[in-house]
Design a protein around this ligand. Structure first.
Ligand SMILES: [Zn+2]
Ligand SMILES: [Zn+2]
Length: 247
């Protein structure tokens, strides 16, 4: 049984699918878990118990997150502690969660009065963990939106290939120009990257741009009552498949 989504199997849908729904459910649960852990870290930094990672070179975000979690495991409440057999996936995902979604606003004033504390790691992940209470959602720029459109087109092409549907770039672009299919494609691409993030693979802020397309109200802020679930991905996949066949 999986420790994050607490399910044995979710594969009841037998149609050849774009998504592996079991993995997707797991990725959704890991994302929520990451959110809760980050919230806890931001509230617990003041206790002074949490240890920043010593300066060293963290070769990847996943490695930085893994080392921090390992050395602070005993302080993390049991319900937020990643299960040992999923630690690797969790830390990989958690690092992408930090670096793709947030920027540090103000560096915390350091304890020795204005002089930068030397001796702690300052990589992208460690810096965000150490400043967890000073994070703000990344800004999404036009280039991120363009990149997001490219990711959507890529996923649609993959889907067409998987179902042996012939298509062209123009047709795909045409699909993306309609608001409803565009949003379905955003689900497709967001879901695809959600799963890839379990291996520490993220496309950066473009993924955040996709998230805003599916979860945000066009007037700004989260859509009221929006909770990401498998149903969203299932209906997006079905609708897009039908549209691809119709074209
Ligand atoms: Zn799971
Ligand atoms: Zn680091």
């Amino acid at each position: 049984m999986c420790g994050f989504c607490r399910s044995d199997s979710l594969t009841t849908w037998r149609v050849p699918a774009f998504f592996d729904y079991e993995k997707l459910a797991h990725a959704i649960a890991t994302r929520e878990w990451s959110y809760r852990l980050l919230l806890w870290i931001s509230r617990s930094l003041e206790s002074g118990l949490l240890q920043p990672s010593r300066a060293g070179r963290h070769y990847s975000g996943a490695e930085a997150a893994a080392l921090w979690i390992e050395s602070n495991l005993r302080f993390i409440p049991a319900e937020l502690r990643p299960p040992p057999d999923e630690l690797e996936e969790f830390t990989a995902f958690f690092s992408t969660y930090l670096t793709s979604s947030f920027d540090v606003v103000v560096e915390q004033p350091d304890p020795c009065g204005g002089i930068r504390v030397i001796g702690y790691c300052d990589c992208q992940v460690c810096r965000r963990i150490q400043n967890a209470s000073h994070l703000r959602a990344k800004r999404v720029y036009a280039r991120d939106k363009r990149r997001a459109a490219l990711l959507m087109a890529e996923c649609l092409t993959l889907m067409a290939m998987a179902h042996k549907i012939e298509t062209t770039d123009e047709r795909i672009e045409n699909l993306l120009s309609h608001p409803s299919t565009r949003q379905q494609a955003a689900f497709l691409a967001f879901g695809h990257w959600l799963v890839r993030r379990l291996s520490g693979d993220s496309d950066g802020p473009a993924v955040l741009a996709l998230w805003r397309m599916i979860a945000w109200d066009p007037r700004g802020g989260m859509r009221r009552g929006f909770v990401l679930g498998l149903g969203h991905f299932r209906s997006a996949e079905r609708a897009l498949l039908a549209s691809l066949r119709k074209e």
